[in-house]
Design a binder for this molecule. Sequence first.
Ligand code: COA
Length: 532
Amino acid sequence: MPALETRLRTGPDFDQNAAAYAILIEELRGRHSHVLAGGGERLRQRHIERGKIPVRQRIDTLVDSLSPFLELSPLAAWELYRNEVPSAGIITGIGVVCGLPCMIIANDATVKGGSFFHETVKKHLRAQEIAFENKLPCLYLVDCGGAFLPEQDRVFPDRDHFGGTFFQQCRMSAAGLPQVSAVFGGCTAGGAYIPALSDEVVMVRGTGRIHLGGPPIVKAAINEIVDGETLGGAEMHTYISGVADYLAETELTALGKLRDIVAALNWPETHRTTARDTRPPLYDPSELGGIVGTDLKRPYDVREVIARVVDGSEFQEFKPNYGSTLVCGFAWIHGEPVGILANNGVLFSEAAVKGAHFIELCDQRRVPILFLQNITGFMVGSEAERGGIAKHSAKLVYAVSNTRVPRYTVIIGGSYGAGNYGMCGRGFQPRFLFSWPNARIATMSADVASAVVTDLRRSSLTRGGADETELGRIDRQTRMQFEEQSTPYYATARLWDDGIIEPAQTRDVLGLCLALAAREIELPGHRPVYRM
Ligand code: COA
């Protein structure tokens, strides 16, 4: 396969871009380290004094040493709720336990008692969706106060609310995907169903609690006065009720027991080697910041990005002379084959149909598809419309929607308008969607939006007399709104992606995601495991 050549490595432009991008990376790292502190030092200390292990440390202890852990959406709920719900109070991610990749879903009890906000539920559901699609056993590290009550209308009643997490658990169990819980803290009300619907449950003596109603609810409902340990402690549940299966004296033994359970799953996975040997790209992925820079209006050749993501920088480009604003071609990432569609300018009709054609090739050859999004949208204007841009772009949208191969999206720049759809945005349910810190996602850019909204207002005001001061205010307001709402932090806070990643990490993150899909696993499931 031919290797790409670079033209953009040095020079003042590169250095300036690299310096500007380094600031974005520093900001991202700062935000990531901010959320690592969970609910803050005071609550962390209280947690430890109770003999409990901080949630990320629990995960570190659970997974195989020196194995990667792909944390998902660590900045969920960023700047929401006065920024007091770091990571939305729940850590989710893919980790390797006894050699098996598993989805780990772990409450952070230092964040409002691990209770569920709107974004917590969304993140929990998304982790389950990823587990289902990628055939990952689910390990729940439970330490949670159920629904965050002041937000109950955004957490409890709707289709994709709390109930949906239990629905998914039942469906995954029925499909043969193991659901295993370790209970470290409270599991009250809805929270009680996380262990109750699990195939196997470990519970820690002294701190683990499972009850449909805690002591205050019991007192209010039936006037019974009972302490938490008697009502729903680990000893009661393992000796008397049978709600839990294993009593652990400490959190460490509980984590060890969880590993033993995973080791005994008799999981049908067969060890496979990658389709090809892994080779690093010829060009350093850490140069990506200097290539893309922070100014979305500055064009660059997206092949420079591909050359720093794929094995050996090798790229078999499809139709290189046609529809040149969409670069398509075959490559390998960490030894896994992948078909890439990457934007290199606005999408014209030729580019759209070329993309649809290429997706069909990938589908037939069973090659997963990677979309590298940096798109202002499809071409507008009378020439484009007369050329049938609406029907040609629809062909791309059709192909993206119906292909049978796994799809992955990384937003490496702008993600605007229907370009987001044609390039497999969130609505098209790619297996994973990550953003770079320079990404922007919105119906249109702030510049265009302010012009459109001001123009619309001008037309209606003209009838009653345009007021330039009023129009100026609308322009500023719209611009501010779009600038704020299109940042990657705004998006990731609301779970529109699976996390913001550094450009240099892209290759490794995608390698892991592609490897998950490449496993051939026959699920044994035909009925769920009912807790008897
Ligand atoms: N809704 C709203 N706030 C909640 C909450 C919930 N479900 N669960 C905990 N919190 C809040 C507490 O009010 C407290 O807030 P504050 O720091 O602003 O005062 C914070 O989370 C920590 O709670 P705290 O009780 O101090 O933590 P803990 O570690 O001692 O106990 C729980 C944790 C989960 C066992 C305990 O908070 C609890 O029983 N919560 C209520 C559970 C419940 O009845 N849920 C029903 C949901 S349907």
